[in-house]
Ligand binder design. Structure first.
Ligand code: COA
Length: 182
């Protein structure tokens, strides 16, 4: 565990391959809600693993149920990042995803995951974390605002969402800029 408890017994640890099934199940549950992403189906573990930077993958676990999940504890949520570009000038800019199991939301798990991600990326010299959030995803906007993210702007009708009647949807671009860089 390397995070502060969100509620009694909850902590963070690095994600491992053994977490794959639980991570993807939480991912799919978030997608099923319809306001987390344009995606409708969680990727395979191979695709997830290939796309996410290995050094900044964390899971939140309920330590009170230790032993029931990979590495101990039931998985409550996860956070991971991918690079936004292969260009060296953007080496310190990442885009993150954060997903909390439906039954564990509203307990500070998302806040804990974002705090862990920020600590991890700060330690690695990453200067910007960004994400696109649907305006309707008020929980995500709130938890990110509380974690120090700001709204850059609203990208209007950025993509068509198959899971929401194939309609065009706006995306709020948010970012957290490291106070220690540039
Ligand atoms: C967005 C998400 C990660 C938030 O995680 P969470 O564990 O429920 O959030 P937390 O309990 O840590 O909440 C932290 C803060 O966010 C705000 N917040 C959380 N849920 C909220 C809600 N439904 N409405 C309004 N504010 C909310 C509160 O300010 C809260 O602070 P408080 O506890 O002091 O009141 C979670 O709802 C989720 O997994 N959603 C589905 C997937 C998704 O949308 N991911 C983000 C894609 S951009």
């Amino acid at each position: 565990m390397n995070g502060q408890p969100a509620s009694t017994g909850v902590g963070l640890r690095p994600m491992t391959d053994a977490d794959a099934a639980a991570v993807l199940a939480i991912y799919q549950a978030g997608l099923d809600g319809g306001d987390a992403s344009f995606e409708t189906v969680a990727p395979t573990w191979a695709a997830f693993d290939a796309g996410k930077l290995p050094g900044h993958r964390l899971v939140a676990v309920d330590g009170r149920a230790a032993g029931r999940g990979a590495g101990g504890g039931v998985l409550l949520g996860w956070v991971a990042v991918c690079p936004v570009s292969a260009r060296p000038v953007y080496a310190g800019v990442v885009e993150h995803s954060v997903y909390v199991s439906p039954g564990a939301r509203g307990r500070g798990v998302g806040r804990l995951l974002l705090a862990g991600l920020i600590a991890s990326t700060e330690a690695a010299g990453i200067w910007t974390i960004q994400a696109g959030v649907f305006p309707e995803n008020t929980a995500s906007l709130a938890v990110h605002r509380a974690a120090g993210f700001r709204t850059v702007g609203v990208r209007e009708r950025l993509g068509r969402h198959a899971a929401r009647g194939d309609r065009w949807r706006d995306v709020v671009l948010i970012e957290r800029r490291s106070p220690h860089a540039g």
